[in-house]
Design a protein around this ligand. Structure first.
Ligand code: ES4
Ligand code: ZN
Length: 320
């Protein structure tokens, strides 16, 4: 399984900020560190909900200040991904988390894109960057962010929707997703992580996304499960994330293999690996340890990761 080539379709670059790098960057910029030590940071990473995690995630991201920081962040992620035989990545970033702190958008793009280019050159890792809107902010803020990102249109392949789900349904962002679609961008959204299955329907019907991030709440609605199967709408599932944020009571109760058996195109991803205790292989390993995933199931999941990707048909076939 470690040796199988894999694609990662659900990883937040800000969520790959390991405590070591967080402390290094705080020191570089002469800003007070939120944690005394790497150990203190890891001890603080205990969550009981999505919001309790987001609070620490946004606090950590404050050390990302210049293009070099975004480069290092992305490069260190790609180095780890490469070591686990991840050969294609479609990472998310949250521009609003940075522009809100007066970090220029061009520094964010320059750092991330520079590292992604180097990753392809040195490791052969292909990539497609996805710009996420923060759903707890207004649609006007998302529209302004999208306008500001248009000069960098050639540096991302899609838009997504993340942050606090409950109370912020996808349909709040209908206009900005329509604009992104008109620009020829791919559309994804976090839905059915903490929210119920209605958030998944809303992402499909109001935003016209072609892939759902998380989506584990789909099981509440058999009609929805059939719809996802029949329309081949993939789910980017993040097992360790779901466990740490208590979206599932235990790994034994995770529904990823049930959904796989029902014919839904589920994939395995790490979400925020620096916070949730593992990268890709650790997420796959959890399925073996706690759900008894077979070799065939692991192979099906890695094949799904390429099928569900935004690679062109030819590149997809080359990986299958
Ligand atoms: C996130 Cl796990 C998760 N859910 C929603 N938004 C996020 N942003 C970063 N990680
Ligand atoms: Zn996520």
């Amino acid at each position: 399984m470690h040796a199988l080539p894999k694609a990662e379709l659900h990883v937040h670059l800000e969520g790959t900020l390991e405590p070591e790098l967080l402390l290094r960057l705080a020191q570089k910029h002469g800003i007070p560190t939120p944690y005394e030590s790497v150990e203190a940071a890891r001890t603080a990473y205990q969550f009981d909900s999505l919001q309790s995690f987001l609070n620490l995630y946004y606090k950590g991201a404050d050390v990302l200040r210049d293009a070099e920081d975004f480069y290092t962040l992305t490069w260190e992620y790609l180095t780890r991904a490469h070591a686990q035989n991840v050969c294609h990545v479609e990472p998310f970033f949250d521009p609003q988390t940075h522009t809100a702190r007066d970090i220029p958008l061009d520094a964010v793009f320059e750092g991330i894109t520079g590292a992604l280019r180097q990753g392809e050159k040195e490791f052969g890792i292909t990539s497609g960057l996805i710009l996420c809107f923060l759903r707890d902010l207004s649609e006007e803020a998302a529209l302004a962010t999208f306008e500001a990102a248009l000069p960098f249109r050639d540096q991302f392949v899609g838009v997504g929707l993340d942050s606090a789900e409950v109370g912020n349904p996808p349909s709040k962002f209908t206009r900005v997703f329509a604009n992104a679609k008109a620009e020829g961008l791919h559309l994804v959204a976090h839905a059915g992580e903490e929210g119920d299955s209605s958030y998944i329907w809303d992402a499909l019907n109001a935003l016209h996304v072609t892939r759902i991030d998380h989506g584990i709440a789909c099981e509440q609605d058999p009609v929805l499960v059939a719809y996802l199967r029949e329309h081949a709408i993939p789910l980017t599932v993040c097992p360790l994330s779901n466990l740490k944020l208590k979206a599932v009571p235990s790994m034994k109760e995770h529904n990823i293999l049930r959904l796989l058996k029902e014919g839904v195109c589920v994939t395995v991803n790490s979400d925020d690996p620096a916070y949730f205790g593992g990268y890709m292989n650790e997420n796959y390993e959890a399925l073996v340890t706690h759900l008894g995933a077979t070799k065939e199931e692991l192979k099906a999941l890695t094949c799904n990761s390429f099928r569900a990707s935004f690679l062109g048909e030819k590149d997809k076939q080359a990986h299958l």
